[in-house]
Design a protein around this ligand. Structure first.
Ligand code: 6PG
Length: 240
């Protein structure tokens, strides 16, 4: 694993840097393997990056889009990560429908939806149960509590190590999420973190010693590149 931490002056420069690095990862994946497999983060921080990616002239037919987590709501719900990414980016570019792999949220039991998404990934990557595919680029954010994807502090999802997808739990609300081992298999993980409210969690995530179940982003130690892009308000007190 190679870990890089960049603190950018403001959100605009964080997004600009995120675009630069994302394009580099996308283009090298396509050059090396003929396609790029991407997993999107939800929340608000990545939205301007998705809007910037929508302005790029890319070989969209070679880009495969997954979601790293999803709220358990219909795709047209204002809370939906799929809806946010489609409005900001995916509905604005000629990416084939078949290249979009949204997380199903229409099963009565979220565990069934998680299993369906896992089977979809296994079929797409041509892997057997127990194997973990390496996505080319996974975008992540962190919450003020140090969660990432839908891996929330002190939840069962943090311990799932034999599956690709599991059910997360945010204050009793189900979420569908990539598991820690699936994220850690990625060739590149890019955290995008902005705002002073994230500073306390970042200090714990970067501390030499802290309980990972208190700050789940500590579990993210990918085999590939780990890029942290922070704006000044989030990262200015971090010890290098
Ligand atoms: C989600 C995200 C989640 C997000 C953090 C940060 O579904 O909400 O995947 O992990 O990245 O909560 O959200 P903000 O970028 O809005 O601060």
């Amino acid at each position: 694993m190679s870990k890089t931490v960049e603190v950018l002056p403001d959100l605009a420069s964080l997004i600009h840097r995120g675009l630069e690095l994302s394009l580099a990862e996308i283009k090298s994946a396509i050059a090396e393997r003929g396609q790029c497999t991407l997993a999107l983060a939800g929340g608000g921080t990545p939205k301007p990056l998705y809007e910037a990616l929508a302005t790029q002239d890319l070989p969209w037919e070679k880009i495969q889009i997954f979601w790293g987590d999803e709220r358990y709501v219909p795709p047209d719900d204002s809370d939906s990560n799929q809806r946010m990414a489609r409005q900001a980016w995916l509905d604005q570019v000629p990416i084939p429908v078949a290249n979009l792999h949204p997380i199903p949220t229409d099963e009565a039991d979220p565990a069934v939806a998680a299993q369906k998404y896992e089977q979809h990934l296994q079929a797409f990557f041509g892997i057997a149960p127990g194997e973990f595919p390496a996505l080319d680029l996974i975008f992540l954010g962190i919450g003020n509590d140090g969660h990432t994807a839908s891996l929330f502090p002190h939840t069962e999802a943090l311990q799932v190590c034999d599956r690709l997808i599991t059910v997360g739990n945010k204050d009793g609300q189900p979420r569908i999420t990539f598991t820690v081992p699936l994220i850690n298999q990625a060739r590149c993980v890019m955290f995008l973190v902005a705002g002073e409210s994230k500073q306390p969690a970042l200090e714990q995530i970067f501390a030499p010693e802290a309980e990972a179940s208190d700050y789940p982003a500590r579990f993210i130690q990918p085999t590939g590149k780990l890029l942290w892009l922070l704006d000044q308000p989030a990262g200015n007190r971090l010890k290098p």
